[in-house]
Design a protein around this ligand. Structure first.
Ligand SMILES: N=C(N)NCCC[C@H](NC(=O)CCC(=O)O)C(=O)O
Length: 440
């Protein structure tokens, strides 16, 4: 089994619209101009770096934005251009919500269980319904279509429908999921959540908790995980109120290693005790106390929104955002992680600032999917990273993407046309077939 990091290719409408309450970066940068071309190239450079470390890398496509389908569903009529002009005139905020390139954060695209852990021996994938935020909820249908196109072979893959909507089963995908495993022990799935639909649990006071306990339980059932191997920790309400809207803002794990902030989960000592029992003495964890790393710095610099990657030589490396190098407490924490007795031997700081400004670090930009050779061979889409694919995609980005986008530029019907042209071409480059509604 090999892990592939499926990164979201950052879309042509990447912009800062301030759409996510509880996500401090999104709130801070709302209204500022963005740089879509630079953003997409930064994403590609991260893919190159990860691939050159010897780690599996693949890509997931952006989604058509503005979402004309959503605007039409909400009553805007006419040609594509008329729909956009009317929405810009009568419902500008709705146009912003339907124009976000938020599908780039593929950690939120789905939750995935590898075939080694599921009762029927297939890879299970459930697209996240993302019901908590409207601009993200509209991703689910296209994500479902894209995953069905890539993971098409029913012998190896089961792509479930997104969980039914409404607030009860609010699901944010793998941003709240961590798979841990030690040699000789069955893997453990941490499926975290921030609120409960029908249990009386104290939740955050300021900011929304996006994932429900009930959604996490449903994912565990759907993916046919062994209930004894599933742990359902609650995200710490104070962490969410400090800006950790997803678990991966304050915790990240890989195989036998977990690093977390003290405000990541309620009662983290009990959680670590449970994990030690299930995973045995090889399991290693590093906790940052609030004194060592104030949660404010953790949310700003995103050291936990790192990728922790298993390298071919058996060690692990951390891919952290450069903001973590620039923030002394965050940097000191990561240096401590490398110095201690655990598999992590290096930290690399990468520039994904265009995405970071909307609250998405290296970990948000990727969906981890572990595949056997046979599973990988069953995928016919051209989504696996290679230097040649890099060149193809970089050329495609340079040809189609704008340099600068101000939030009000989403009013321009030409932007929607440019995006459709680009995405239509991309589906051919990636051999995806017709996955977008404008292609039906
Ligand atoms: N932590 C993980 N896994 N993902 C980060 C998602 C960031 C995303 N930002 C946004 O959607 C901001 C869009 C804007 O404001 O323009 C969100 O809040 O859902």
């Amino acid at each position: 089994m090999r892990e592939y990091n499926f990164d979201g290719l950052i879309g042509p409408t990447h912009n800062y619209a301030g759409l996510s309450p509880g996500n401090l970066a999104s709130q801070t940068h709302g209204g500022q101009p963005s740089r879509p071309r630079e953003a997409a190239l930064q994403g590609l450079e991260k893919m190159r770096f990860v691939s050159e470390l010897g780690v599996g890398q693949a890509v997931l496509p952006p989604q058509p934005r503005p979402s004309l389908r959503t605007l039409r569903t909400l009553g805007f009529t006419g040609t594509d251009e008329e729909v956009i002009t009317r929405a810009a005139r009568d419902a500008e905020h709705l146009l912003r919500l339907t124009s976000s390139a938020s599908a780039m954060w593929t950690a939120n695209a789905a939750t995935v269980a590898p075939s080694a852990d599921t009762a029927d021996g297939r890879v299970h994938l459930t697209p996240a319904n993302l019901t908590q935020m409207f601009h993200r909820a509209i991703e689910a249908d296209t994500t479902h279509a894209v995953l069905r196109a890539i993971f098409a072979d029913p012998k190896h893959f089961q792509v479930h429908a997104p969980l039914p909507g409404a607030a009860h089963f609010a699901d944010e995908g793998a941003a709240n999921h961590t798979r841990l495993a030690t040699p000789g022990h069955k893997a453990v799935h941490l499926l975290a959540w921030g609120r409960s639909a029908w249990q009386d649990v104290k939740g955050p006071q300021r900011f929304p908790a996006r994932q429900t306990l009930e959604a996490s339980q449903a994912l565990s059932r759907l993916h046919q995980l062994d209930p004894a191997q599933v742990v359902l920790p609650q995200q710490h309400p104070d962490g969410i109120d400090a800006g950790a809207f997803h678990t991966d803002v304050l915790a990240v794990g890989n195989e036998r290693f977990l690093m977390l902030h003290a405000l990541a989960f309620v009662d983290h000592p009990a959680l670590l005790q449970t994990l030690r029992q299930k995973l045995g003495p090889d399991f290693r964890s590093v906790v940052a106390t609030n004194d060592e790393l104030p949660v404010k710095d953790a949310v700003k610099a995103y050291p936990f929104n790192s990728q922790v990657l298993s390298l071919p030589d058996g060690t692990m490396a951390i891919i952290a955002p450069i903001e973590s190098r620039e923030t002394p407490h965050a940097r000191a924490f990561l240096e401590r992680v490398v110095a201690e007795d655990n598999p992590v031997k290096a930290v690399h700081y990468l520039d994904v600032r265009q995405s970071m400004n909307n609250g998405g670090g290296p970990a948000c930009l990727r969906q981890r999917i572990s595949l056997t050779d046979a599973e990988r061979a069953a995928i016919t889409a051209d989504v696996f990273y290679s230097p040649a694919l890099h060149e193809t995609l970089a050329t495609w980005v340079r040809r189609h993407y704008r340099d600068v986008l101000r939030p009000e530029d989403v009013r321009d019907p030409l932007l929607a046309r440019e995006t459709m042209t680009a995405l239509d071409e991309l589906t051919r480059l990636l051999k995806l077939g017709s996955v977008y509604d404008f292609q039906q």
